[in-house]
Design a protein around this ligand. Structure first.
Ligand code: PAF
Length: 299
């Protein structure tokens, strides 16, 4: 495993012809591992980046506290046979007179963007910088962050970036929650109360499988299940069926994606949990994921 800290070395690496790229902010978990494994299967070289990108954190968010586990992350990457890991220094990426912005006005303020001002601009900026440095053939992003995936696919199309953006299935834990580095912020009792989230999603799947396609009714099922336990600890930020390209609310359940976010309040911080299920027939919604969701409703 090559550990690369400098811009010049990463530019040298970009001369390789077939690179699969997995950008991360570290605190690697099995969800990241599945993206890396997919890249290893599909490319000669796989490069992972670890960079807690300051421009995607809104004021008051957890930039300072974001989990940092570099040593463990490097151990994981060594075992996976990744070619290189790029761990840039913040001041080399954002030098003192950095003044460029990027954004997608029609998408960046919807869903999570409504409560995370500037977040998606920061994500576009860092990914554009990294893609420009590395010039990978393929970029792997998780479908959990569906809005991020949609925005980056659009950015790459608009800017004619010669990288294929691949959305990968959600890796779910036993209780059905998608793995995320911030789940570590939840204590066991909070974690068990938010396991209502995947259960509510499963209820939508079951209803659709039984032929119900009334989006208002399905949304109602979701919210009533989430709100079943009166909890001061979490609130629904959004929950609806959306068109998967425009991210506008959609009535056509079978052609849309159901996206939802909860804000969970712990004693010290707030944690955003996001999840989604696409209802179109689509390669990135494997049966195994559906089975995990349906199983969790039984428990
Ligand atoms: O999804 C993430 O972890 C981050 O938004 C990303 C894509 C690594 C950009 O900083």
């Amino acid at each position: 495993l090559k550990i690369i800290y400098g811009i010049k070395e990463v530019r040298d690496l970009s001369k390789s012809l077939n690179i699969g790229f997995v950008p991360t902010m570290g605190a690697l978990h099995k969800g990241h591992v599945t993206l890396i494994e997919k890249s290893l299967q599909e490319n000669e070289e796989t490069v992972v980046s670890i960079f807690i990108n300051p421009t995607q954190f809104s004021p008051g968010e957890d930039y300072i506290y974001y989990p940092k586990t570099l040593e463990q992350d490097l151990e994981i990457l060594k075992k996976l046979n990744v070619t290189a890991v790029f761990v840039p220094r913040s001041d080399e990426i954002y030098h003192s007179d950095f003044d460029t912005t990027l954004g997608i006005p029609s998408l960046e303020n919807l869903l999570c963007g409504a409560t995370r001002p500037g977040h998606f601009r920061g994500v576009c900026l860092i990914l554009m910088i990294l893609l420009n440095l590395l010039k990978p053939q393929r970029l792997y992003l998780g479908r959990k962050d569906f809005q991020q995936l949609t925005i980056i696919q659009k950015m790459c199309r608009d800017l004619l970036i010669d990288t294929e953006v691949i959305g990968c299935p959600i890796f779910r834990d036993q209780d059905g929650l998608p793995l995320s580095s911030r789940l570590a912020y939840l204590d066991p009792s909070l974690r068990s109360s938010v396991s209502l989230f995947p259960k509510a999603l499963s209820a939508i799947i079951q209803n659709i499988d039984n032929g119900n396609q009334d989006n208002v009714y399905l949304k109602e099922i979701f919210t009533s299940l989430i709100q079943r336990e009166e909890s001061p600890f979490y609130e629904i930020l959004y929950a609806d069926f959306y068109d998967k390209e425009t991210l506008q609310p959609s009535n056509d359940v079978k052609k849309s994606i159901f996206c939802a976010a909860l804000m969970v309040k712990t004693l010290e911080k707030s944690v955003r949990l996001i999840d989604n299920i696409p209802f179109e027939i689509s390669s990135y919604y494997p049966q195994s994921e559906k089975n995990i969701l349906l199983k969790c409703i039984e428990s």
